[in-house]
Write a protein that binds this ligand. Structure first.
Ligand code: 5RP
Length: 289
């Protein structure tokens, strides 16, 4: 029985004060449902609108490549510095501490490896993404690859349909094939295609003219780091991407293959969230352990 004693009449109605109707902070996301916005707010820091995703899903196509041989030893100590973790369900269940309290961007397509033809993938069951409490699911799209383009766009479509049903955002990951030009025209087309097909976030690569890629993509873009670069160059890459309008990074090898991964992810974080210039961030990298 509800306690009926001392039910006080309300007094503070704020009559004359407009209810706050601010828009949602993230590009192209204002019309999404609450679950989507809640999850996006975990991935992207509402204070800066940006994110540092730590990607360590590489083993799903590459196996134990350098830096991810022992996730427990190399990646787990970095988790505290990341805004979001991008990994497969296998590693999530076996190695990521459930007490991490970090949003997960779950690699949600699987099927091929670097030993065969890449990107003949299927999408994992959305129920599994729900079970592991994923804040987003990531699906590869290989625009321009005649053998896999239609298949991977269909995967994205399926992921978006299922993600919508459960309020889980989808990140479209633009693949780069050996025959694809790595320029703003290509990445602009690939990113836009992902967004048009319903991706809520797009992951692509930085290139000259990146501001055009960002401008014509209606949802936030994060950049992959790509192959390992000297730290100053990787910080410069992150800086230029952010200055061009990227909403963050989804970086793997340039963090976990660095000689000082913990220092590197913190320096990248300072570029992304505080706008540190590359030289300043490199100094920070050098100063940290
Ligand atoms: C591969 C991926 C990787 O997670 C992505 O490329 C980020 O890693 P890196 O910074 O090492 O390129 O999605 O499909």
């Amino acid at each position: 029985m509800a306690d009926l004693d001392d039910i006080r009449d309300g007094k503070e109605y704020g009559v004359g004060v407009e209810q706050c109707t601010d828009g949602f902070f993230l590009k192209g996301s204002n019309n999404l449902d609450l679950g989507m916005k809640d999850r996006l707010s975990r991935i992207f820091n509402p204070a800066t609108g940006r994110t540092v995703m730590l990607a360590f899903d590489h083993g799903f196509i590459m196996g134990p490549t350098s830096g991810v041989e022992r996730i427990d030893l190399s990646i787990v100590p970095l988790i505290e510095h990341a805004d979001c973790l991008m990994c497969t369900r296998g590693v999530l269940r076996s190695l990521v501490p459930p007490t991490s309290r970090k949003p997960i961007c779950l690699r949600a397509d699987a099927g091929t490896s670097i030993l065969t033809e890449l990107n003949h993938n299927v999408v994992i069951d959305i129920q599994d993404a729900v079970k592991v409490n994923a804040s987003a699911i990531a699906v590869m799209v290989s625009v321009g690859d005649a053998a896999t383009e239609a298949e991977t766009v269909a995967n994205l479509y399926q992921a978006v349909d299922e993600g919508q049903a459960y309020g889980i955002p989808v990140m479209g990951v633009t693949a780069v094939g050996k025959d694809m030009a790595r320029d703003a025209r290509y990445f602009g087309l690939a990113s836009r295609l992902c967004a048009e097909n319903g991706a809520n976030i797009v992951k692509t690569y930085y290139t000259e003219g990146f501001e055009k890629v960002v401008a014509c993509c209606p949802v936030p873009i994060v950049i992959a780091g790509g192959k390992k670069l000297p730290e100053l160059e990787a910080l410069d890459l992150a800086y230029r991407a952010i200055q061009s309008g990227a909403a963050g990074v989804d970086m793997g090898r340039n963090v976990f293959q660095s000689e000082k991964p913990a220092a590197m992810i913190q320096a990248v974080g300072a570029v992304v969230h505080q706008g540190l210039k590359p030289a300043e961030a490199f100094q920070m990298f050098n100063d940290l352990k």
